[in-house]
Design a protein around this ligand. Structure first.
Ligand code: CDP
Length: 229
């Protein structure tokens, strides 16, 4: 079966099901999956590790020129690997401190410009499913398909808590996680540059009561008819 090159943008707030859906969808479409949030997380890690104050534009420019982020697609069922200047940081970037700091540094325009440039480059020659906050609005306004996933804050907190348990990350209660998610959503959706918002032409999907399989099937069903020639 012949498939034309496509770009699928999946945006939405934290723990709305973007990454899991995007990952499985990419597999079904036989294309690469890029978690744009992981890139902001890698930048946050680099700045913290090197004690660089991102408010200092001169230091930040230098830092951005030194940051090399590679996304190594998984083989089989595994996760993509995030390589920061040659080091596998896939696990480290999921630490709660990085989660919070990534949303702080994501407000900075120099950082966003650099990430958008890298993200667009990745889609130049291949089909891609990318998830994030500004993929359908800023990175790929011309994407073939745009989805905006939402879910209730309680359900999102439950999912993140469960994920943390499985990954052995932190000891926060669902209630603490709920407050953190709400805080980060607010910061992400009220920032001046590329705020989290639904693109006008994005299809909104509420995943609160959907299983992963159901949400993947729903999105794949929408794409399928148009791409299989
Ligand atoms: O997995 P989770 O939803 O918790 O977060 P993430 O997707 O890994 O993103 C971490 C942070 O990066 C977000 O809170 C955003 O502030 C920022 N981000 C962004 O600004 N733009 C994107 N395209 C992706 C993430």
């Amino acid at each position: 079966m012949e498939i034309k090159r496509i770009i699928v943008a999946i945006d939405g707030p934290a723990s709305s099901g973007k990454s899991t859906t995007a990952k499985r969808l990419a597999k079904k479409l036989n294309c690469i999956y890029v978690d744009s949030g992981a890139m902001y997380r890698a930048v946050a890690l680099f700045l913290l590790q090197n004690k660089i104050d991102f408010i200092d534009k001169k230091l930040l420019r230098k830092a951005l020129s030194e940051i090399n982020i590679e996304i190594v697609p998984s083989k089989g069922q595994g996760e993509n690997k995030i390589i920061l200047n040659g080091v596998d940081v896939s696990k480290m970037i999921r630490e709660p401190e990085i989660t919070d700091y990534s949303s702080t540094i994501a407000t900075e325009s120099l950082i966003r410009q650099r990430m958008v440039e890298l993200q667009r480059k990745m889609a130049e020659t291949q089909s891609i499913v990318m998830d994030g906050r500004d993929i359908g609005t800023v990175v790929f306004p011309q994407a073939d398909f745009k989805f905006f996933l939402v879910a209730s804050i309680d359900e999102r907190a439950r999912r993140r808590w469960q994920e943390n348990q499985q990954k052995g990350l932190g000891t926060k209660t669902p209630d603490e996680i709920k407050h953190e998610l709400a805080f980060r959503d607010k910061r992400d959706s009220t920032r001046k540059i590329a705020p989290l918002k639904k693109a006008k032409d994005a299809i909104e999907i509420d995943t609160t009561n959907l299983s992963i399989q159901q949400q993947v099937d729903e999105i794949f069903g929408i794409i399928k008819d148009e791409i299989f020639l």
